[in-house]
Design a protein around this ligand. Structure first.
Ligand code: NAD
Length: 379
């Protein structure tokens, strides 16, 4: 009974103080510009969208293949076939990567790769060739050449269900290096392609198969080999970013994922380019429920696999740097409120020499006391 009364009194105090805080917050907000943050962490990257832009779905279904001679001619039309300008995009990215982005892991003396040669190695394996005939050796020559001389030491980062945030964190190779930060994968990341026999262009620009029922290796041919070759070339400490709040029902570590099938089994255990330690980073998206954390379900299975392969293992839930990126992405999220206030205060102090956000320590105190009283009441 005493606790209930005390709780009521505290609630009254809370309401009074919060009204004051609110006044301060509103005051402060009027001076603040709020930018719309891009949605990063919830996105799943998919190179092979099963359908084009949703608003065009019916329109595109109604257009038969025969009606479309060349969807890349004149007006832009999104199809689920080969990306228009595939060759030009690949060549452009190759030059951009080597002459502008240069310096990621290329030293000043690294020989520049011949972009035309790389494109031709790629094209010779796909153009005029049926997509479903491809297999895990189709792109061997391309990767041998494009990844020649590449070894990523202590900076390689892998992702599974966390494409967008991992790339924000890697900083396009400035902080860490993902597969897509290598020339070989950069040239094709986000693009689609499939060859077509008896076609003057040799590519199908209208529709690529979504899956090849009789040959699953065809679907894995490019990204499977890309993942395997990259994994063989990383060394020292590596990082893997997993999604601990997947909303698609998949576990954080999933058998059959590219990471499980092509990356983890190909980390070298011996030799000059051996992996020593695997750092697992499990992220939990603000405002979404926690599905798995370090030491849970599928992550226990992953830990066993890593330890059995005799790599050192550590698992960290939501490292600070990634927390900040997640909150930057979900600025309004409940879990990010304290960070928002603390940042405002720190920046006001830095820039103005004083802070209006003086309700911050009070909020923390109130949160603390409310927690204690809730605990007492539940006992
Ligand atoms: P994920 O679950 O986020 O899947 C990544 C992409 O591959 C998604 O588009 C997914 O739909 C598709 N995918 C996953 N498993 C598949 C399968 N068995 N068959 C066909 N498509 C499948 O994460 P993941 O599967 O672990 O792959 C990510 C890892 O593999 C990364 O570390 C990256 O190095 C590499 N990878 C990159 C790309 C890319 O497009 N850049 C694609 C695949 C794999």
């Amino acid at each position: 009974m005493f606790y209930h009364q005390l709780y009521l009194v505290l609630l009254l105090v809370l309401v009074t103080i919060n009204i004051n805080s609110l006044a301060l917050t509103i005051d402060q907000k009027s001076n603040t510009v709020h930018l719309e943050a891009p949605n990063l962490s919830g996105q799943y990257h998919n190179n092979r969208p099963s359908l084009p832009f949703s608003s065009n779905v019916n329109k595109i279904e109604l257009i038969s293949k025969a009606d479309i001679i060349n969807p890349c001619n004149g007006t832009f039309m999104k199809t689920n076939g080969t990306t228009c300008g595939l060759k030009e995009i690949m060549l452009g990215r190759c030059y951009q990567y080597q002459y502008i982005q240069r310096g990621l892991y290329l030293s000043n003396t690294t020989a520049v790769k011949n972009c035309t040669e790389l494109y031709e190695l790629f094209e010779s394996e796909v153009r005029f060739k049926p997509y479903c005939n491809m297999n895990m050796s189709t792109y061997e020559k391309y990767f041998q050449r494009a990844l020649e001389g590449v070894h990523v030491i202590n900076r390689a980062i892998f992702w599974s269900g966390t494409y967008a945030i991992t790339h924000t964190y890697s900083g396009h190779g400035h902080n860490y290096i993902t597969l897509e930060d290598t020339l070989a994968a950069n040239m094709l990341d986000g693009l689609m392609w499939c060859g077509k026999e008896n076609d003057p262009q040799g590519f199908d620009y209208v529709s690529c198969p979504n899956n090849c029922q009789d040959n699953r290796w065809a679907d894995l041919a490019f990204w499977g080999l890309a993942s395997k070759t990259f994994a063989e070339r990383v060394a020292g400490e590596i990082y893997v970013v997993l999604n601990g709040s997947r909303t698609d029902g998949r576990p954080s570590y999933r058998n059959g994922s590219y990471f499980a099938e092509f990356e983890l089994p190909n980390f070298q255990r011996t030799g000059p380019y051996r992996v020593t330690k695997i750092n697992i980073l499990v992220l939990h998206t603000p405002d979404l429920p926690v599905v798995e954390r370090c030491g849970d379900k599928s992550i226990i299975h992953l830990e066993h696999l890593i330890r059995d392969a005799q790599f050192e293992y550590i698992c960290i839930d939501d490292p600070d740097e990634l927390l900040l990126i997640m909150c930057g992405d979900s600025w309004g999220a409940r879990e990010c409120e304290v960070a928002r206030t603390a940042l405002r205060r720190a920046w006001d102090l830095k820039v103005l020499g004083k802070s209006n956000a003086n309700y911050y320590p009070l909020s923390l105190l109130l949160l603390f006391f409310t927690g204690i009283f809730r605990q007492m009441l539940s006992n």
